[in-house]
Ligand binder design. Structure first.
Ligand code: HEM
Length: 337
């Protein structure tokens, strides 16, 4: 390679631009990996949160943000669970703050994912407040449910950031083929039904409606719809919306067979929803044991991540490519005076 001093000004700018582009891509790759690790940690935190609830440890620390007025209280099994959930959440928040700072200070990355990072900041702030309200309102159904939905929304937003950074690192800012509108509509419908299912699931568990219908496939004594009121109505709504979600995700996987970017992801989501229904049935048949409840919550969080990835592929292809090269060129021109 020729030395810098041997290049014409135009060649020097072109080389500077290429090097700046390479550096941006390398940073996008590293930060993308960091955000993916954060997605995995958030998934673990959601399952830990479900375990806290299933063990009846949600009020083991009766105050918030401290626990018995102390930063590190004296532990028993339940306190260790609830305090551990808070400690992991705090550590994760610090890691998120560091990754966000590193991402936002780079103009090309800020242009690509800045809005998503700020959305995640807002969701995390809301989640911290909801976590506190869950304790202060003694596990009221609305706080438990909002905490569950917001936690999953945070994981989904982190995944969007990671996927966009990784796409930027690869240089393929938009998937090769555009998703047909009908397939896009199916993916969106799956997303809407999944959010509704999370809300219903959160209400079922926080209102102790898990065994309101003690049988499956019927609700009780061979009757499918004995009453649509109260906790029984809630349990029936959770089941019915679950079936509608499964039908939608199966139809999506069928429709996406010929779409290379979506075929595998939608097939995975369809498989996951069938497993999730099996876990829901096991929850009823085995009388809501802690292990199955935790797996059912993990299944829901996994479905959220899979559906988010499907939405990302289906809708990112509709967006124009960002002006990474323009930024890199401007940076190189600035550096070169
Ligand atoms: C199809 C997808 C489904 C999804 C995404 C889903 C999701 C959820 C979620 C997020 C919760 C709350 C977990 C928590 O608070 O930690 C829940 C609770 C529950 N779900 Fe589902 N669910 C699905 C299908 C079903 C089905 C078909 C059944 C029954 C046949 C079922 C039975 C239950 C029961 C019994 C609970 C209460 C568990 C408890 O009280 O701890 N689920 N579900």
């Amino acid at each position: 390679m020729r030395h810098e001093s041997e290049l014409s000004p135009a060649e020097g700018r072109a080389r500077g631009s290429a090097e700046s582009l390479d550096a941006t891509r390398a940073r996008a790759r590293r930060l993308g990996a960091g955000f993916l690790a954060l997605v995995a940690a958030t998934f673990g935190l959601i399952v830990l949160g479900a375990l806290v609830r299933a063990h009846g440890a949600g009020l083991a620390c009766p105050d918030w943000p401290l626990c018995f007025g102390e930063l590190v209280p004296r532990f028993d099994f339940h306190i260790a669970f609830e305090w551990g959930h808070r400690a992991v959440a705090g550590t994760l928040s610090l890691a998120f703050a560091a990754l966000s700072f590193l991402t936002l200070r780079e103009p090309a990355l800020r242009e690509r994912v800045g809005a998503w990072v700020w959305a995640a900041v807002a969701i995390l702030a809301l989640q911290v407040v909801l976590g506190g309200l869950t304790v202060l309102h003694l596990l009221a159904a609305w706080t438990v449910t909002s905490h569950l939905v917001t936690g999953n929304a945070f994981a989904a937003t982190l995944l969007c950031i990671a996927l966009r950074l990784r796409a930027l690192a690869r240089g393929d800012v938009a998937p090769a083929e555009a998703t047909p509108p009908a397939l896009r509509a199916l993916v969106a419908a799956g997303g809407v039904l999944l959010v509704l299912q999370l809300v219903l699931g959160g209400l079922v568990s926080s209102q102790y409606a898990g065994l309101a219908c003690p049988d499956w496939p019927s609700c009780a004594d061979g009757v499918f719809f004995p009453s649509l009121d109260g906790v029984m109505g809630l349990q029936i709504a959770h089941r019915m919306n679950g079936y509608a979600l499964a039908a939608t995700l199966l139809a999506t996987a069928f429709a996406a067979r010929g779409a290379p970017a979506l075929a595998r992801l939608t097939a995975l989501a369809a498989t996951a929803v069938l497993l999730q229904i099996a876990l829901g049935v096991a929850n009823v048949w085995l009388r809501v044991p802690v292990e199955i409840t935790a797996l059912h919550s993990a299944g829901a969080a996994a479905l959220v991540l899979l559906q988010t990835a499907c939405l990302d592929v289906a809708f990112r292809s509709a967006l124009p490519a960002p002006s990474l090269s323009r930024n890199a060129g401007a940076a190189a021109a600035r550096a070169g005076g």
